[in-house]
Design a protein around this ligand. Sequence first.
Ligand SMILES: Cc1cc2nc3c(=O)[nH]c(=O)nc-3n(C[C@H](O)[C@H](O)[C@H](O)COP(=O)(O)OP(=O)(O)OC[C@H]3O[C@@H](n4cnc5c(N)ncnc54)[C@H](O)[C@@H]3O)c2cc1C
Length: 425
Amino acid sequence: MAEVVIIGAGLGGVLAAYEIKQQLRREDRLTVVSKGETWHFVPSNPWIAVGWRKRKAIEVDLPPIMKHKGIDFVGAGARRVHPAENRVELADGRSIRYDYLVIATGPDLAFDEVEGLGPSGFTQSICHLDHAEKAETSFEAFCKAPGPIVVGAAHGASCFGPAYEFAMILDTELRKRRIRDKVPMTFVTSEPYIGHLGLDGVGDTKGLLESEMRNRHIKWITNARIAKVEAGMIHAEEIAEDGSVKAKHDLPFSYSMILPAFRGVEAIRGVDGLVNPRGFVVVDKNQRNPKYPNVFGIGVCVAIPPTGKTPVPVGVPKTGFMIESMVTATAHNIGALVRGKPAEAEATWNAVCLADFGDGGVAFVAQPQIPPRNVNWSAEGGWVHLAKIAFEKYFLGKIRKGESEPFYEKLVMDTLGIHKLKTET
Ligand SMILES: Cc1cc2nc3c(=O)[nH]c(=O)nc-3n(C[C@H](O)[C@H](O)[C@H](O)COP(=O)(O)OP(=O)(O)OC[C@H]3O[C@@H](n4cnc5c(N)ncnc54)[C@H](O)[C@@H]3O)c2cc1C
């Protein structure tokens, strides 16, 4: 019998639980260690922040689903991973032993790296549902006394899509409320150009997003490092190619949402051989840690080098479909290992994304996510907004039913030539 433990029950962790359960033998045991008992659809957070969604619509209670699927569930959270002892220490003082461990703990949000940044400082966040709810309260107050808005991503950030989405969604909502004319908007980002997205662009995301910003009267500053945030003021520095400060910008704001840099969570940060200096899990092509090959990493917690050198540090995003491909490879590999077979499955790390702007949006497909690519496609249109709403409903339905990839989803993706495992390509 094998003991398999997953820590982290977010997008990657819950799908991993469903898929690994399918790959295990009857006698094996699977345990999910989560921080809390609920799952929520993170891509809906920008809609929460403008009141287009409420918590209940995007939240799922995990224990009954896990019980139904025969998966043990612990809501206490992990305090520390001890890979040399094959043991996870829980926050309640207990420990769980494992034969195979899957780390799916997502990001730790490094607000503290910039003075005044984040929900306990002066800017809002949409990274977590709790933050998005706080952002909504603040947005409602802002609408009563509108002023300048600054949206963007701090230096070292790797997740840029939601910042673009949120800027455009705010613009859409402010126009609906007929107060857009009272709100100067600025987008400030560490990316070297608009539409870089940590991916050196996909298709014509540079042209599409610049044009969208111009149409919506959103000014932008690229290559920006946020030096400090004070009440109502962001101090940003524009960095030149040689690393010198090219210009300083003092950006007044009445409302601001800035995505922070990510790092690995405390339970794994600093564990020798398991993580890199930022605390991200080091994995090989089969999602296994080279020093501890019975430990797998999936999702945002995985270490991926940047696509290239940029004046301000810019990370690579770990997008939903890419994470799903890591999940499938990990499930196949654990299924093989418990049967004494080699772990040979490799994730494609393909990216398929829908960025919603509230009344339109941009879609892209990057195969593989890191350039140069075999498929490098982007497009825009009103259909993207509708597709994202449909995708939200579909995805929530899957999580509630305890399914990862129904056969019809696989059929559609296979027909489009978008695969999760390299052997399928
Ligand atoms: C606002 C936003 C919108 C996004 N929208 C899109 C999108 O539209 N399309 C797309 O492709 N990608 C999107 N992404 C990127 C990505 O798909 C999501 O970030 C996704 O949630 C990442 O999945 P994950 O499993 O790696 O991490 P998460 O979903 O963040 O899950 C990690 C889980 O681990 C838990 N955890 C942390 N520490 C511990 C511990 N010590 N013990 C136990 N549990 C722990 C956390 O509580 C969390 O539940 C978005 C990201 C953000 C922030």
